[in-house]
Design a protein around this ligand. Sequence first.
Ligand code: AMP
Ligand code: MG
Length: 344
Amino acid sequence: MPRAFLSYSFKISIVCICSYFFCSAAGAQSLKLHRQSAPLLHTFVEVKVYGDNQTQTIPSQVFREMERVNALLNNYDATSDISSINAAAGKKAVLIHQDTFNALSNALNYSAITNGAFDFTVGPLIELWGFSREHPGLSGPDPDDQTISRVQRLVDYRALELKSDSKGPYAILKNKGMRIDVGAFAKGFIADTAINFMRARNISSALVAAGGTICALGTKPDGQPWMIGIRHPRNEGTFLTVIPLHDQSVSTSGDYETFYVKGGKRRTHIIDPRTGMPVSTIQSATVIAPYGSASDALSTALFVMGPKDGLDLIEQLPGFEALMVSADGDVVFSSGWPQKTITY
Ligand code: AMP
Ligand code: MG
């Protein structure tokens, strides 16, 4: 059964821990919290907006906007732009919406700067390892090396070509059998869409939480940053740490989100495109970035890259910070990580 029909996962990696605060700054008292939450993007999405009575309908408008973009990107929806690109792989270019073009351009950029550790064409490997089914797992034995290599050759972000002409933007996957999987970046891109939608309507204090990604617009109404709890990867309900967020985004990729156990070992849904195997060396990777599309793509990338290469990359990117927990529970973080007290 395609994932579009799955029951939704409500395992939330990061949580705003300031849901019910009272505004104390002068002028902030008149602002009301308007909020809406619903299942979307195979996870639980929540929008919180502070504003006057006229902004009451903003959360429902934001949901409509997120649903519109999701209908373009969802690779488990046969009518989406991404499914059309996948169906035409190796055959022809497909006319796509500008939003799809922007999401794919962004994904191409992060695939390039991570040398393919993040690769949005990972779809065939996701299927090979049994992560595109309703209940993740393999009914038979593990794939042999030959099969892994054969499927691995279908994974290469450089085979996506994006172009535009007078009719609009197009995309083509150059080889038959290739498949884009948006699981690692669509939540962040759609959360950014929501933030941009609100900013264009003069909202200055809002939060969008989409599964493992939280995007903050401005500060809380009292001028203080939003405080976000980063989930402990093994003890659900407890936090490793709490960080401030102000006009930024944070995403966590965790081995607890979607996994199955085979031969006594946990096998998680993030695949290393360079080996063709599920990654087993990391419990979680969290990235703070200026945008949700960036934090989402890079949290998945760091999960694949591991602590050394992952932190080396983050140290080169201004405005980015990261925290990672290895399979043994060792915690490492980048030099500018905002909160140094971390309890594993
Ligand atoms: P996230 O929770 O954002 O880290 O996304 C995990 C999802 O991204 C998986 O369920 C797959 O759909 C997809 N994925 C797995 N491995 C990769 C990878 N190396 N690059 C890009 N997407 C991936
Ligand atoms: Mg991600």
